[in-house]
Design a protein around this ligand. Structure first.
Ligand SMILES: NC(=O)c1ccc[n+]([C@@H]2O[C@H](COP(=O)([O-])OP(=O)(O)OC[C@H]3O[C@@H](n4cnc5c(N)ncnc54)[C@H](OP(=O)(O)O)[C@@H]3O)[C@@H](O)[C@H]2O)c1
Length: 349
């Protein structure tokens, strides 16, 4: 492998691409980006990566032009889901025969396969947490597991293994799966609850899942609905390694109904073993007045439900409420209790 390109070298893409370059200095790594973030990487000729390792300044080539990625062996595709179609169309010719790995949220293979070679298309999910904290500077706050797999049966297994090895050379944990769709939906269901926590700017674990009212009125109805819809659609969920597995999380949430356990959990949530703050990108997008990925997460469950002739009122309501916030000029979040009461009223309707 000689050349890797990242299309949409924002938080996830620039971190993976930059760490791969850091550990494979002879590899050419091209970052496709735009705006101030692109300008900062071009001016300095590096991307700054922060994490539990401290700070790395990694030399990279940065561009916005499709011609810059010509001749790539591997392309990481990491634009926000709403930008997938336009970006894939613009870069398809320059991607050529490269293996493409999408690490986006949502089920993007439907869109990508319209533009890219099906026998070279891999998709996946990442349970890491990254953010652009300043132009050209990416921060890794959570080293979660990433899982990739073939988007279709056309992809030879050795291509998946090779891509997983390349991504693992970033130093971040990466696994290959032969049931990637079930893994993607696992992460998608996790995010359906996470995106609902954004309605009240609630920290998902500490103040959300570990709070009985929010958990039973908002998180569990949304997750149970997601399980029902996937079952109706005949989509089997696949277990995911790491802390974002919804099969385990659902079991945990049910266990927390045992009297007394809640108090123990609340103490843990406030103590030194408290889980790290989980910020969902929908929150940042709303604050910046940008479109969110809500249609591709809660909207995906609502869409599937519609297709199968079942109801998904909770996910549909999250989509409606987030769209309302996208349109509003005043960035005002509800309180956690208001959201919980609103979701309880849906149950009564
Ligand atoms: N960040 C996380 O921790 C995390 C965790 C799990 C999953 N994900 C998923 O990973 C995907 C990427 O998320 P992210 O947080 O890395 O997003 P991001 O920081 O917004 O990165 C995407 C980058 O692509 C750029 N871009 C979009 N279209 C482009 C084009 N045509 N040409 C050049 N640059 C273009 C964007 O520029 P603009 O800013 O100008 O649009 C942005 O800098 C999403 O699906 C997200 O849900 C993210």
């Amino acid at each position: 492998m000689k050349k890797i390109s990242v299309i949409g070298a924002g938080a996830i893409g620039a971190m993976f691409g930059g760490l791969i370059k850091r550990h494979n200095p002879n590899l050419e790594v091209v970052m496709i980006a735009r705006g101030d973030h692109l300008a900062a990487m071009q001016d300095r000729g590096t991307v700054e990566l922060r994490g539990d390792w401290g700070k790395y300044d990694v030399p990279v080539t940065a561009s916005s032009e499709p011609s810059a990625i010509t001749g790539s062996d591997l392309v990481l595709f990491t634009v926000k889901t709403q930008d997938t179609a336009a970006t894939a169309e613009r870069f398809a010719e320059s991607i050529g025969d490269a293996v493409v790995v999408s690490l986006q949220n949502g089920i993007n293979q439907r869109i990508l396969s319209k533009f890219l070679r099906p026998d070279r298309l891999l998709v996946g999910m990442t349970a890491t947490n990254m953010g652009i904290i300043a132009p050209g500077v990416i921060d890794c706050t959570r080293r979660g597991v990433s899982v990739i797999g073939a988007a279709s049966a056309d992809v030879p297994a050795e291509i998946v293994d090779h891509a997983a090895q390349t991504l693992s050379s970033s130093g971040l944990p990466v696994e290959a799966s032969d049931s990637i769709l079930g893994v993607q939906y696992n992460k998608l269901l996790f995010n359906t609850m996470g995106y609902a926590s954004v309605l009240s700017a609630t920290d998902f674990l500490r103040d959300g899942i570990f709070n009985r009212t929010w958990r039973t009125s908002v998180a569990m109805p949304i997750l149970d609905e997601g399980f029902r819809v996937l079952e109706a659609a005949g989509i089997p969920l696949q277990k995911a390694s790491g802390g974002s597995d919804v099969i385990r999380l659902r079991r945990l949430m049910r266990m927390l109904a045992v009297p007394g356990l809640d108090n123990v959990v609340r103490m843990i949530a406030r103590g030194p073993l408290a889980p790290p703050r989980l910020v969902f990108s929908v929150y940042q997008d709303l604050l910046r007045g940008r479109p969110t990925e809500i249609e591709f997460v809660n909207g995906e469950i609502a869409r599937l439900a519609n297709e199968c002739g079942v109801n998904a009122p909770y996910n549909a309501e999250v989509v409606r409420m987030v769209h309302e916030m996208e349109r509003s000029t005043e960035k005002k979040f509800m309180s956690r209790e208001e959201v919980a009461e609103h979701f309880r009223s849906l149950r009564r309707d």
